[in-house]
Design a protein around this ligand. Sequence first.
Ligand SMILES: NC(=O)c1ccc[n+]([C@@H]2O[C@H](COP(=O)([O-])OP(=O)(O)OC[C@H]3O[C@@H](n4cnc5c(N)ncnc54)[C@H](O)[C@@H]3O)[C@@H](O)[C@H]2O)c1
Ligand SMILES: [Zn+2]
Length: 347
Amino acid sequence: MYQIGDLSLVEPAIAALDPDKVIIVTDSNVWPLLGPVYTQVPSLAEAPVAVVKAGEANKNLESLAAVLEVITGSGATRRSLVVNIGGGMVTDLGGFAAAVFKRGIRFINIPTSLLGAVDASIGGKTGVDFMGFKNEVGAFANPAVTLVRTENLLTLPRAELLSGYAEMLKTGFIASEALLKRFDPERDLSRPEGLGELIGCCLAFKEEVTTEDPTEQGRRRILNFGHTAGHAFESLMLKRGNPVPHGCAVAHGMLVALLLSHMLRSMSASYAQDYAREVLMPYYGALKLECKDYPELLALMSHDKKNLRAGEISFVLLDAPGAPLWQPVEPKLIEAALDIYRDLTGQ
Ligand SMILES: NC(=O)c1ccc[n+]([C@@H]2O[C@H](COP(=O)([O-])OP(=O)(O)OC[C@H]3O[C@@H](n4cnc5c(N)ncnc54)[C@H](O)[C@@H]3O)[C@@H](O)[C@H]2O)c1
Ligand SMILES: [Zn+2]
């Protein structure tokens, strides 16, 4: 369940849950900016606050222990409530802390990044990274409610805004042509506080898909559109010491998926061409790739944990916007798509 609106949503949402205690989980970037806003809410004014160090590197067991120490130290009971205020890192970590404290207490997500608002704050996945593996330790647990306030996005760095926007575009491609047509990057990225309606459409779609398939046995896989190549790009750039935010890597991965959708399915070539010219190049720029990167990219793709069989590389492809499907793709075709990716991005 989610609501989109201003600060006035928060007090009634907490009151409806009638907790005996409220504990805030947030990070070191978000709290100085939004602490003064959220502590105006009566139920949050005196709440103990667990502030973890910002950044994915801190989505780990040490931070989990630090959060649990604050929760336990506050005298929380099974009737208490965790309120996560932050990006996906905070909602994953704080949600997991709530899921394991006394075998599970309730939590509310207040996403402050765009990726958090459209993706991480609903769907029930919580967890932390462990031994170099992303989200290796976690649990399925749903927030009691997710409260989106688009004004929170005003302080978000541009790269993080673009990252979340790519996940929104992803939703457009897999949901429907009608939703896809509602995106206007020029308008949307210059006025993120006006994104409420589009965020609502993306959340409604994710909620529908994840309610139907909560533990990713089937339909939920379509949410990985753009992610097969996207994850490989993300890992490659990290290894090169030039990390890109997750959603920005997915923005590039979507072009590869659109090209393969044309090569293997009935998707018109114009979607890939228009996306490259009107969205990817002006807003995300080109990701520098050479032919000699292909073996490493293919190896990364074949290790993706979303593949159905060992060694096989699966992609979410489209027959048309709103008509996604999941299928294995031959390495030779992926290389051909990477060639066209480089061509379309002027390399
Ligand atoms: N649970 C899920 O279904 C799901 C889905 C997608 C992603 N995720 C997870 O979400 C995380 C990525 O989320 P993210 O991109 O929000 O990362 P993040 O939480 O690390 O936030 C990105 C950066 O923006 C800062 N920030 C957040 N809100 C801000 C604001 N309003 N103003 C200024 N700075 C702000 C953060 O401090 C951080 O430095 C990853 O850990 C990923 O695994 C989870
Ligand atoms: Zn993603």
